[in-house]
Design a protein around this ligand. Structure first.
Ligand SMILES: Nc1ncnc2c1ncn2[C@@H]1O[C@H](COP(=O)(O)OP(=O)(O)OP(=O)(O)O)[C@@H](O)[C@H]1O
Length: 252
């Protein structure tokens, strides 16, 4: 449904993606992990057609709900207007948003818990608030493909919980393809079926979460000792969590 085949991206003489192949079919969710500067954002942008490929091919539907990593804005749009922009693909070139588009925008803001910002200026929101609004904009597209670049990076723990709950809810009917990048292996465990680990030395590990998001691979990925522990579930059975055993601190 969405992915890359043998995709190579170069910046000058540096090859950032080297014949990268992965595909996310409808009904599955993929987490992409890798060290800073390894090419995660570049892979998403290549998939969406924002980044030219030196070779290889990409596949993506015409409308994708996309949350970029950074959300700077020097224009004084209101939050509701930003979210309604997610409806643009259905409006045509000079089309004006209809009441149904505003309803969809409000519904999306409600889903991410950001209704109270609806009339605020987007450029005056905090980083985490902007992230929620951009998530709402992606949901408002109504696309069955969501591509989220570090959607939780600026969120407090409450909003991370909300994000993961929302991703879980969107994932459950198995009628969407979801791709997100993250630096938190626990977000991958919570919200993805598969993971793509972009290894520091080049090459990738791709496969189901249970085989990929494991201490052995993560230690190679980040160069940090990792531990897997079982934590009691808040409302259900215990589940695995992965913790870094940072230097100088006792292993968990
Ligand atoms: N337009 C560009 N021109 C030149 N170099 C670029 C360009 N875009 C990205 N790069 C370089 O490509 C590399 C990969 O960048 P990318 O943003 O994809 O990394 P990332 O894995 O998403 O990193 P992070 O975890 O820090 O967000 C970086 O070294 C970056 O400087």
């Amino acid at each position: 449904m969405i992915g890359l085949t043998d995709a190579t991206v170069r910046f000058g003489n540096r090859t950032v993606l080297d014949r990268l192949t992965f595909e996310v079919p409808r009904g599955r969710s993929l987490a992409i992990l890798g060290p800073n500067g390894r090419g995660k954002t570049t892979a998403l942008r290549a998939m969406l057609g924002f980044q030219p490929l030196a070779s290889g091919t990409r596949s993506a539907p015409p409308v994708v709900g996309y949350v970029p990593q950074y959300a700077s804005s020097n224009q004084s749009y209101r939050v509701l207007e930003v979210v309604v922009m997610g409806r643009a693909a259905g409006l045509g070139l000079f089309g004006q948003p209809r009441p149904a588009d505003f309803e969809a925008a409000y519904a999306a803001l409600d889903q991410v818990g950001a209704t109270r910002f609806a009339q605020d200026r987007f450029d005056r929101l905090s980083g985490g608030e902007r992230q929620l609004v951009l998530l709402a904009r992606a949901l408002a597209t109504g696309s069955d493909v969501l591509v989220l670049d570090e959607p939780g990076s600026a969120l407090d723990l409450h909003n991370q919980e909300r994000l993961l709950g929302l991703l879980g809810m969107l994932r459950r009917p198995r009628d969407r393809a979801i791709i997100f990048t993250t630096h938190d292996p626990n977000h991958a465990l919570a919200a993805a079926d598969d993971a793509l680990l972009m290894m520091p030395e080049g090459g990738c590990i791709f496969g189901p979460i249970a085989e990929t998001v494991v201490p052995e691979h993560l230690e190679r990925l980040y160069g940090v000792p990792m531990r897997s522990i079982q934590v009691p579930g808040a409302n259900g059975p215990p589940h695995d969590a992965i913790l870094p055993a940072f230097a100088g601190y006792p292993a968990a």
